[in-house]
Design a protein around this ligand. Sequence first.
Ligand SMILES: CC(C)(COP(=O)(O)OP(=O)(O)OC[C@H]1O[C@@H](n2cnc3c(N)ncnc32)[C@H](O)[C@@H]1OP(=O)(O)O)[C@@H](O)C(=O)NCCC(=O)NCCS
Length: 130
Amino acid sequence: MKALSIARCRSEKKLLALINEIFPSATPGFGENDVYFLATLDGEDAGFLHLILHSKGVLLQGIGVREKFRKKGIGGGLMDTALEFAQKENADILLKVKPSNTDALNLYAKKGFSIRKVTDAYVLHRKRCN
Ligand SMILES: CC(C)(COP(=O)(O)OP(=O)(O)OC[C@H]1O[C@@H](n2cnc3c(N)ncnc32)[C@H](O)[C@@H]1OP(=O)(O)O)[C@@H](O)C(=O)NCCC(=O)NCCS
């Protein structure tokens, strides 16, 4: 059985390597409101989660799993981490997703998100659990 670990990460170098591989044109921020988690599988960097603390709640700014590690539950594990984080902050979560991104939409739907606004991207929302 492979060992999945998900933990807070403050190493910009590690995160940038991963983010640039998954989203080559991204320019992620590393300010005081940016919170990152790194998922490792058997010690290998496999995926990341980027949350931004916002006055209106938690913005899920980015989530990505390297291609060879997909469909093993890592994205689900990262989403559970986001939900736990928002729960602790007593905050709702918002995120944007392209309507064509069915892998991501399936994942978000499984985790209880619903579409709140439709623009060029969907804006999804998940209410805090009380
Ligand atoms: C969206 C994304 C993060 C999902 O990550 P992931 O690690 O593949 O997610 P999971 O493995 O938890 O779930 C994906 C699927 O694998 C299935 N799965 C999970 N564990 C599994 C296992 N052990 N064996 C077989 N299937 C499994 C899940 O049921 C799910 O199936 P579904 O798509 O039919 O619902 C990933 O596809 C990704 O990084 N995409 C590119 C970046 C991106 O688009 N990010 C979102 C931008 S908004």
